[in-house]
Design a protein around this ligand. Structure first.
Ligand code: TMP
Length: 212
């Protein structure tokens, strides 16, 4: 991994399916750019050419036979590439990086959701990220039924969304556990509220943390 020196600000957006976090990530990056900040908005899985190919393999609904360990390794491969090729250079250039999902997604989906041992998840995370994690994370919290219903409304179906409701409940509970364990880093926003309300809540939280 290249220089670990980070000059920028590293923020991640997390949440179950259908919380609107992708739209909110765009809102925040536009607001910051309007204020003159240099922002790099990105996402996982994907965010690089290689990552987009990995994303396709991961999310194709017909890849039902994918083993849980294959899935775990692919998310980590994607993250390693993303960090090395895009995130670290952007941080080293002093940019504000906003990523739509990062390592917390692996802890909750592959760890709490799939039931893979959390110590194995953390060992792989160490290989993929070298321990680099967002300084600040916004967790968009929403009940599972509403989230899945919202996604059905926009016809978005990927392999993980096809999992049963119990899987998604474990994912949501996993996120809430992380937020409880790391209250300084992870701030919860109520994603059931209207989009404009959520947008303003995100701005307030980010602004009070970084005085932008
Ligand atoms: P997206 O819908 O936010 O683009 O994310 C794609 C799917 O990938 C979503 O169902 C969550 C899942 N995912 C994991 O299971 N583990 C991970 O590490 C990441 C980044 C995403």
């Amino acid at each position: 991994m290249k220089s670990r020196l980070q000059k920028g600000i590293f923020i991640s957006f997390e949440g179950i399916e259908g919380t609107g976090k992708t739209t909110q990530a765009k809102f925040l990056s536009e607001r910051l750019m309007d204020k003159g900040y240099d922002v790099f908005l990105t996402q996982e899985p994907g965010g690089t050419g290689i990552g987009n190919k990995i994303r396709e393999i991961l999310l194709l609904p017909e890849h039902r036979e994918m083993s849980h360990v294959t899935e775990l390794l692919l998310y980590n491969a994607d993250r390693s590439q993303h960090l090395t090729e895009k995130i670290l250079p952007a941080l080293n250039a002093g940019k504000i990086v906003i990523t739509d999902r990062f390592a917390d997604s692996t802890i909750v989906y592959q760890g709490y959701g799939r039931g893979i041992d959390l110590s194995l998840i953390m060992s792989l995370d160490n290989i993929a990220t070298g321990g680099i994690k967002p300084q600040f994370t916004i967790l968009f919290d929403l009940d599972v039924e509403t989230g899945l219903m919202r996604n059905k409304g926009v016809n978005k179906v990927d392999r993980l969304e096809l999992e049963d409701i119990e899987f998604h409940r474990k994912v949501r509970d996993g996120y809430l556990k992380i937020a409880k364990m790391e209250p300084e880093r992870v701030k919860i926003v109520d994603a059931s509220k209207p989009s404009e309300y959520v947008r303003d809540a995100v701005w307030k939280i980010v602004n009070s943390r970084f005085q932008l």
